[in-house]
Design a protein around this ligand. Structure first.
Ligand SMILES: [Zn+2]
Length: 294
């Protein structure tokens, strides 16, 4: 699932490519991607409207429109946006038939197009989503702010200090990995980065968060920033489905140490990486380097 680095990558791409463009028309191959309002109403509201800005909050993309509304997009498991020239062609099954960018055609992950926005700068914005869990909602500023208020601090915000992280971790007696992935506590971290952050911090994913030492908390804090920053620079992780707006894979997967590396050697001690389940999610760690604090 796209996490902060992947959604940030898409946000940066879209911000530079679609800000200031006007949505000329919309065509959905699967209208069900639009949630809460009838698809026809959605189309009427977004056609002829300009994109004013694109931002990210947690794992949400927010496309601000000139009519006071916002497209609130969650990519969920397999959703991603792609940009192509407007002469590109998509089949009725949502597959690219013709496009200058060969990544779009050659990579199977890009072949599940559900909706296309035709823009006035000669490009189209298409969203592919194999699993059909991604959604687009049309919300006004008030609804948007209400929805976003449920999220915890952004890891790169001034609000997210080491003291703030300590107060979050000390407030609960549950597995530290569960708190790192809880969007209401900290925004944007999911399964991949929680495993990588905890390995780098030498903290066991099942350690009870309230029992962590100041040293553990400092290490988690430093590695949240360090790993998310590096993953943004590498344009995310594509160990499964994620693709950027060119239909390309991110490169952080090459740098990961434990995520989906069960039985492979830990880069620190050489022992095998183990897999357990924490909060229903497959969790990868080194039992030698990461000792559980109960
Ligand atoms: Zn190890």
């Amino acid at each position: 699932m796209p996490e902060l680095p992947e959604v940030e990558t898409v946000k940066n791409d879209l911000k530079s490519k679609i800000t200031g463009t006007k949505i000329v028309s919309v065509s959905a191959l699967w209208p069900g991607i639009v949630k809460d309002i009838p698809y026809e109403v959605f189309v009427k509201q977004v056609q002829g409207v300009e994109v004013e800005d694109v931002r990210r909050r947690a794992k949400n993309l927010i496309i601000k429109l000139s009519n006071g509304m916002n497209l609130l997009v969650h990519l969920k498991m397999t959703g991603h946006f792609m940009i192509a020239e407007d002469s590109a062609e998509v089949s009725s099954e949502g597959k690219w038939i013709k496009a200058k960018n060969k990544n779009l055609i050659d990579d199977r992950q890009n072949q599940f197009i559900r909706i296309i926005f035709h823009l006035d700068n000669g490009t189209i914005l298409a969203m592919s989503d194999m699993r059909k869990f991604a959604y687009i909602k049309l919300v006004d500023d008030k609804e948007l702010e209400k929805f976003l208020a449920s999220y915890g601090p952004e890891p790169f915000s001034s609000e997210f200090t080491e003291r703030k992280l300590a107060s979050i971790l000390k407030s609960k007696n549950i597995a530290v990995k569960k708190i790192l992935m809880d969007q209401s506590q900290i925004a944007g971290i999911g399964n991949i980065y929680a495993d990588e952050i905890l390995w780098a911090a030498r903290v066991h994913p099942l350690s009870v968060s309230s029992k962590l030492s100041d040293k553990d908390i400092e290490a988690i804090y430093q590695n949240i920033k360090k790993i998310l920053k590096l993953a943004i620079e590498k344009r995310g992780t594509s160990t499964s489905d994620f693709r950027d707006t060119e239909g390309k894979k991110g490169k952080f997967g090459d740098l990961r140490n434990v995520y989906r590396k069960t039985d492979l050697p830990c880069p620190e001690c050489g022992g095998p990486v183990k897999k357990i389940t924490v909060g229903g999610r497959g969790t990868h760690f080194c039992p030698v380097c990461q000792k559980e604090v109960k």
